[in-house]
Design a protein around this ligand. Structure first.
Ligand SMILES: [Zn+2]
Length: 369
């Protein structure tokens, strides 16, 4: 889920909370904290907001501010608690309600997301975007209410009917072993139970609006289209593990992981044939630079996406080679706000040498630009 930029938030707050008295973001409480958020320095922002809250514990905007800082630090639970406080103190704080809804949705708490967006929509009944989002989430919630659950300590698998029970059993078994295998490779073991939802192919498209080439999704819970899954159980296993890696990466680093690393690890750690990436790159002349693979591949067509995944898998493989077994601590550095280059250097890997070797492996000539 993309985070709203602090600047956009500050401006929205300014316009909607106090349109007359707040002429610019400088007049928000704790302006240095907002400036720190804008620079991406969430820990500094958090400290300043905390100080300001000590003096004005009932200021809704400060609670909203610290929630944003918590999100920047990957602390979802703290952000949810602060947003609830902001709304308690200002029951018409629409931006806090919308943000709470989005954060709750990302944390797989669909009930809280729907409740929070309902409150916002009641205040702004003519906002079409809000109404559409609310309708989509309600539809999703209703669909899930008709599903059965195969509960477990680590994974709750939801599926629609008896026909999918066998798929649910297989998915559960694959996940239980991935918990151990992937956990060992990334040195990370999620503590909270993960929701895994099995859809018909049509339901999956409706709910996720994922590109047609997508075989599954992770957005706080794993979503899988399983229409004909048992015809090709190896493909099912591969997709399940791919999506599970995303949830492990998010446990290690809730923010700060570029798409090439996230998708790269998920692709590299899939079971089965490891030569596909090399084959894709051999048969395709196109290349994408790593800096263009930071924000996700959802907008690409199938051909470009395949190249993006292949290049990312090569990068993740190289990284694991260089860092093993330090990949878990490496990811945690990213989650704590370090850049990839800083985290590489901390682990004794020279960023330029790493990128040069990656370019060599994917076949980008150093003089090509
Ligand atoms: Zn993926």
């Amino acid at each position: 889920m993309p985070l709203i930029s602090p600047r956009a938030l500050a401006i929205v707050v300014m316009l909607l909370i106090a349109p007359d008295s707040l002429a610019n973001p400088q007049e928000l409480p704790a302006p240095e904290a907002w400036a720190a958020l804008e620079r991406g320095d969430a820990s500094k922002a958090s400290a300043i907001f905390r100080d300001a809250l000590d003096r004005s514990p009932d200021n809704a905007i400060l609670h909203y501010g610290i929630a944003n800082a918590s999100l920047g630090l990957g602390r979802t639970d703290a952000a949810i608690a602060s947003l609830k406080k902001a709304i308690e103190r200002n029951p018409r704080f629409v931006e806090a309600m919308v943000l709470l809804a989005r954060v709750a949705y990302g944390a797989a708490d669909l009930d809280l997301a729907v409740r929070s967006l309902e409150k916002a929509a009641a205040i702004l009944p003519r906002d079409r975007q809000l109404a559409e989002q609310l309708a989509r989430w309600k539809k999703e919630s209703e669909l899930h209410q008709g599903f059965q659950t195969r509960p477990g300590a680590r994974f709750n698998v939801l599926f629609e009917g008896p026909a999918q029970r066998a798929i649910g059993d297989r998915v559960s078994a694959v996940l239980e072993s991935a918990y151990v295998n992937i956990g060992k490779q990334l040195d990370t073991y999620p503590g909270l139970a993960l929701e895994v939802i099995l859809y018909s192919n049509r339901q999956f498209q409706d709910i996720t609006r994922a590109p047609a080439w997508s075989g599954g999704g992770y957005d706080g819970r794993i979503r899988l289209p399983v229409g004909n899954a048992l015809r090709s159980p190896q493909t099912l296993d591969r997709v399940v593990i791919h999506e599970y890696v995303h949830s492990v990466v998010r446990t290690a680093a809730p923010t700060g992981v570029p798409a090439w690393l996230n998708e790269g690890l998920a692709s590299h750690l899939e079971p089965g044939d490891k030569t596909w990436a090399a084959r894709v790159l051999k048969t395709s002349p196109e290349r994408i630079r790593l800096e263009d693979l930071v924000d996700g591949f959802g907008a690409m067509d199938a051909g470009m996406a395949l190249i993006a995944y292949a290049e990312s898998a090569v990068a993740a493989g190289l990284l694991m080679e260089r860092l093993k077994p330090q990949i878990g601590p490496f990811l945690q550095l990213l989650g704590n706000g370090h850049s990839v280059d800083q985290a590489l250097s901390r682990h004794g890997v020279q960023p330029e040498a790493f990128y040069a070797e990656w370019r060599r492996r994917v076949g980008i000539r150093d003089d090509a630009r």
